[in-house]
Design a protein around this ligand. Structure first.
Ligand code: BDP
Length: 696
């Protein structure tokens, strides 16, 4: 790692003008904080957390005096804060130092987004909707990041020392890593993220070794002042693999003792340790079912070990054992009957959709299906299926759609109210690149996740506007343009990749480009693209109706299930998710399915071009380094949109046997050509360098 973040930290606010003129993204959404010298009074014992609040306000708040005071009031939770104003001066109160810090960041956000007088005559209270708002890092001990497109891990970028070397020693974190982690912590705190899982769900048993725990402790110490707890993903076989126990069976007494002792050890080092995240019996990971036990047996055994210390278990529902020929049904089948069997410090962590972070999925039917069980959503911030860090794709809109659906159909708000642990997780897009996220625009997704975790009623438009204001300034002529680019981006990506309910027609392995023809004999059927689209001479799509298909629609409440069961009421955006529709099926737009497909892919390509044109129009109003960086990405995005359109229309045309519609540009790449494209990249590499050259 270089000193890029050290510089960013040092130059924050003090040299804001210069920083802005050379925007490499390292300052995240603090780039426009200009130097202030605010008066800040703390009516509370100073702590490292209040110090953060004071320093941030002193450096960047341009309004009147700010007073911070710890104070409880009825109806407030620990992290709530109240902001009030009298005679130009502001008071922030909260039951905790963390709440005071959140109040400080909120005040600064108001200044940046609305102007420094926005606080005038205000009295308002903010209480986070979720009390656990966390990032999941899919970081490996060797420094790689699974599905990471922003460099290497910010945590595991150095060799883990062996146990004898660390015994009794206090390992120091290098200055450059410290500055990276400090900027990371600050960014999280500014949007209210209060937890982080430091490693991949495909977890190495070594995570729980003494030497790794020593490093975890260091990270916990760095993050604590920012009110961020650390959590670890654990490998269910750790007792056997790490310490040679005969088994890792959750009902075995020695195994239980092992976990209890491990928990005790962790808490002796990290008293506020958050808990464990577990991927069990999924994609080859070990789990309780290896021993004939259930998910509940496994989760409860860990929960029992953590309970005396206040820790929690987040047990993932991303499982798909072949209990049913339709993968979209499998997690529900595996979990539904376990409702009520989990301890009260277990939360079932469910991906937003039933398959796997596709550009668009209907919500997972597990939400709301386990009324006696705490559930939490897992969103993916990193763009595994959305063009990695090459495509500009603002996810606020995607998450807004999902959250609205689970509120409407799955009783989310009520369920959440009843939970002790109201949690939400986002798979991080953070790496050690100077800009942390692979490109500056992708920072908006980290930002949006935090804001929605705090308040899921914020609209994507509000969040986009906030982020833009902090990134380029609220009075910048191009602010609305950038906001519009963000707001149209996700639908554009859906259109050029997988419109109309198409899903999982990605190239295998890296999931970057299209490969709808993928069909490897001898492998699991549900790892093949043809399994998902089922194209034939009659039509295309996965019939999940009760009437004629897999019956997945019956896993939903009637309000949603009936709507999507009927092809006439199923929204076009989910058409091919739930139906095998005829090529001549009449879509809600009035076009036939085939013509609608032509229209959508063209629309996606047009959208990508429009985003580029809009971005070009900002030249001169945007820092040139940022402008050039994003312009380069958008050129790739346009090229890829063309590639997707050509690959999908050419391929599906071999089934529909219909001509490309008049309003659609004829493909520039033949089916043979696109089939030859092999990126030859692993899950970890950024593919930008290895793509096909555009013919345009
Ligand atoms: C898929 C990813 C894979 C993850 C898995 C998971 O392709 O890398 O390990 O999900 O969430 O999206 O466990």
């Amino acid at each position: 790692m270089t000193n890029k973040h050290l510089l960013a930290l040092l130059t924050l606010s003090a040299f804001a003008a210069i920083a802005h003129a050379d925007n490499d993204g390292s300052k995240l959404w603090f780039v426009n904080n200009t130097k202030a010298n605010a008066k800040v009074v703390v009516k509370t014992k100073a702590t490292s957390t209040t110090d953060i609040a004071v320093n941030e306000l002193r450096d960047a708040w341009h309004g009147g005096q700010v007073t911070l005071e710890r104070k409880s009031a009825k109806g407030l939770t620990r992290e709530s804060f109240t902001v009030s104003q009298k005679g130009g001066n502001v008071t922030i109160t909260s039951p905790s130092d963390a709440g005071l810090m959140y109040g400080a960041y909120h005040l600064l956000r108001l200044e940046q987004t609305l102007g420094k007088d926005a606080y005038r005559d205000t009295l308002f209270t903010e209480t986070p909707e979720h009390n656990i708002r966390m990032l999941n890092h899919w970081d490996n001990l060797n420094g790689t990041v699974e599905r990471g497109y922003a460099g290497r891990s910010i945590f595991w970028n150095k060799p883990v020392p062996d146990a004898s070397a660390v015994k009794g020693k206090n390992l120091s974190t290098s200055d450059s890593q410290l500055s990276t982690l400090t900027l990371y912590a600050r960014a999280n705190a500014s949007v209210g993220i209060n937890g982080t899982v430091l490693n991949n769900v495909n977890a190495s048993p070594k995570m729980l070794s003494d030497s790794v725990l020593t490093m975890v402790k260091q990270y916990a110490d760095i993050l604590r002042p920012y009110n961020i707890k650390v959590y670890l993903a654990v490998n269910f076989s750790s007792p056997a693999v790490l310490d040679g126990l005969k088994t890792s069976d959750p009902l075995d007494k020695d195994v239980q003792k092992w976990w209890a002792a491990k928990a005790k050890k962790i808490y002796s080092m990290i008293p506020d340790f958050g808990g464990f995240l577990v991927k069990a019996n999924s994609e080859g990971q070990p789990g309780p079912m290896d021993f004939g036990r259930t998910h509940a047996d496994g989760a409860n055994m860990l929960a029992k070990a953590l309970k005396p210390f206040g820790g929690i278990v987040m047990w993932r529902a991303f499982v798909y054992s072949p209990s049913d020929p339709d993968r979209a049904k499998q997690a529900y089948i595996e979990f539904k009957d376990l409702d009520g069997k989990f301890m009260d410090n277990v939360i079932i962590q469910i991906k937003n959709g039933p398959i796997d972070f596709q550009p668009r999925e209907p919500y997972s039917p597990l939400f709301g299906a386990m009324p006696e069980t705490q559930e939490m959503a897992e969103l993916q911030i990193t763009q595994e299926y959305l063009g990695h860090s090459n495509h500009i794709c603002f996810l606020g809109t995607m998450w807004e759609e999902f959250l609205n659906d689970i509120k409407k159909y799955a009783n989310y708000t009520n369920n959440l109210r009843g939970y002790k642990y109201r949690a939400i997780a986002g798979v991080a897009n953070v790496g050690d690149d100077a800009n942390f996220c692979g490109n500056t625009m992708a920072q908006s997704n980290w930002y949006a996740f935090g804001r929605l975790a705090w308040n899921s009623n914020l609209t994507s438009k509000e969040i986009a506007r906030e982020w833009v204001a902090q990134e380029i300034g609220k009075d910048n002529k191009s602010a609305r343009t950038l906001e519009n680019i963000l707001l149209m981006s996700r639908e554009t990506v859906v259109d050029y990749m997988m419109p109309l309910g198409f899903h999982h027609i990605f190239a295998e392995g890296h999931h970057y480009g299209p490969q709808p023809w993928q069909n490897n004999p001898g492998q699991r059927a549900d790892w093949q693209c043809v399994y998902y689209h089922r194209a034939d001479a009659k039509g295309v799509g996965f019939d999940r109706t009760v009437k004629a298909g897999s019956g997945a629609t019956a896993q939903y409440p009637a309000s949603f299930g009936n709507m999507v069961e009927n092809i006439n009421t199923c929204p076009d955006k989910y058409l091919l998710w739930f139906h095998h529709a005829d090529w001549n099926h009449k879509c809600q737009t009035g076009r036939t399915l085939w013509n609608e497909m032509c229209y959508r892919y063209q629309n996606g390509l047009n959208g990508a071009r429009q985003m580029l044109r809009m971005w070009n129009s900002t030249e001169g109003n945007i820092d040139s380094r940022l402008f050039n960086d994003i312009q380069e990405k958008m050129h790739i995005q346009v090229r890829d949109a063309e590639w997707w359109k050509d690959a999908c229309l050419n391929y599906f045309q071999t089934f529909s046997k219909q001509p490309i519609s008049d309003t659609t540009e004829p493909p520039v790449h033949s089916l043979n050509e696109v089939k030859k494209i092999r990126l030859g990249i692993s899950n970890y590499e950024n593919p930008s360098a290895k793509l096909l050259n555009s013919k345009r």
